[in-house]
Design a protein around this ligand. Structure first.
Ligand SMILES: Cc1cc2nc3c(=O)[nH]c(=O)nc-3n(C[C@H](O)[C@H](O)[C@H](O)COP(=O)(O)OP(=O)(O)OC[C@H]3O[C@@H](n4cnc5c(N)ncnc54)[C@H](O)[C@@H]3O)c2cc1C
Length: 389
């Protein structure tokens, strides 16, 4: 067993870190406060080959591993947390599931602009009545001539205000087996995007409405029966969420460490108080443990797709460690950390959101428990004897 990065991985990490520190760190605070997606960063990262890191060269990617993508997103996040969203969108998010299952024609139509940092693809999964219970989703795709009519609505989607393309989970038929997904372009008739709301982390989301929204058969990404495969792709998204959580926790940790070394109270630097030292020991303990679980999930990923169990462990650990580190770091910084100018409060708000997004910490623990007891624990109430399907 070897816990060190290879020489090649270390070189890659150094290169991305150097770029991020020199080119992105100075604008980190203004990007964190801005509403707009950092398109300038997206084009620059695309130029460096940092979008599509794990996609094959034939698809316009770099042919790298999931570990490479984790290295890149964390190196960027350490210097500029908001810019890491670009690495997420270009490697871990809907683009990854899309590239895994899309036809050659679908890839040719959408991948070039996505990989150039000129367009975004968003996930439309959550519905008003289907959050953690995602298989309750009601958005329907009904056959209509040689295509489908989509009817339903989605909520809370990241980049729903800016995306050109939406990967929408739909129901082709009843039950889990009836779930698949389709690709819907922003300007498709019958598809409207509602007014934006704002999460406490600063991100905006808009509701998506589909009313007799007609799509062609060529817009199907995964037909009925595709739910498991969809979630296999989504586990990559979860690791991107986990990688950023632990990196933002680390960013807050480093800021607080500097502060504890220099800020003096009672004629001593803060780091000389044991009450402060133990906070740092606890933060390091949680962040390092979470990072190891993250790397294990990424290293073991089969053809780039991590296992559900290792993903669940990594996501829960990173979400908790990232948030708890950011929270303690803010405490160490006192009112300075609580001020809007501080990036630490931004790290706190972002890491808090990831405890809910992409499968909450509780849902990850449910999955972990199933592995421990080697059985499924259906979350739904038992059916009354004799009740129909
Ligand atoms: C920052 C952010 C970004 C997001 N981005 C997207 C996106 O891009 N696309 C998209 O489709 N959606 C997105 N979402 C929505 C997200 O997927 C849902 O919020 C999430 O699945 C939880 O659903 P819910 O909010 O409806 O909570 P609910 O499912 O109503 O859950 C409420 C609470 O109950 C807990 N709970 C529910 N069921 C159980 C159970 N069986 N056992 C234990 N606890 C349980 C949950 O963990 C949670 O704490 C985003 C959310 C956030 C916060």
């Amino acid at each position: 067993m070897d816990f060190a990065l290879t020489a090649e991985q270390t070189l890659f990490q150094d290169t991305v870190r150097r770029f991020a520190r020199q080119e992105l760190a100075a604008g980190a605070r203004s990007r964190a406060a801005a509403d707009a997606y950092p398109w300038d960063v997206a084009r620059r990262l695309a130029g460096m080959g940092l979008l599509g890191i794990t996609l094959p060269a034939a698809d316009g990617g770099a042919g790298g591993t999931l570990v490479d993508a984790v290295i890149a997103i964390q190196a960027v996040a350490e210097a500029c947390p908001r810019s890491a969203d670009v690495v997420q969108a270009g490697n871990f998010g809907a683009i990854r599931t899309f590239a895994e299952y899309a036809t050659a024609a679908q890839k040719a139509r959408y991948l070039p602009r996505l990989l150039a940092g000129e367009a975004l693809i968003a996930v439309g999964m959550t519905e008003p009545e289907a959050g953690s219970a995602v298989t309750d989703l009601a958005t329907r795709a009904t056959p209509d001539g040689d295509g489908f009519l989509v009817e339903g609505s989605k909520v809370f989607g990241t980049h729903s205000g800016e995306a050109e393309l939406f990967l929408v989970y739909v129901r082709f038929g009843p039950g889990v087996g009836g779930i698949g997904s389709v690709l819907i372009e922003r300007d498709t008739p019958g598809f409207t995007i509602g007014p934006p709301s704002r999460f406490m982390n600063g991100e905006r989301w808009s509701p998506l409405y589909f009313e007799r929204c007609r799509i062609g058969a060529d817009a199907v990404l995964l037909p009925a029966g595709g739910f498991k495969r969809q979630m296999a792709g989504f586990n990559v998204e979860r690791l991107g969420n986990a990688a950023r959580a632990v990196a933002l926790g680390r960013h807050a940790f480093e800021t607080a460490r500097e502060h504890a070394l220099t800020r003096r109270q009672f004629d001593r630097p803060l780091c000389e108080f044991q009450g402060i030292q133990w906070k740092f020991a606890d933060m390091a303990l949680k962040l390092d443990a979470a990072q190891l679980l993250l790397m294990r999930a990424a290293v073991n990923a089969d053809r780039g797709l991590p296992s559900a169990y290792e993903t669940a462990l990594a996501k829960a650990a990173c979400n908790l460690a990232g948030f708890e580190a950011a929270n303690e770091a803010l405490q160490v910084l006192g009112a300075t950390g609580f001020s809007e100018e501080s990036l630490v409060q931004y790290c706190l708000r972002r890491t808090r959101g990831w405890m809910i997004a992409g499968g909450s910490v509780e849902m990850m623990k449910n999955r972990i428990a199933e592995e421990i007891f080697e059985r499924r624990f259906p979350q739904r109430p038992p059916r009354a004897p004799g009740a129909g399907a």
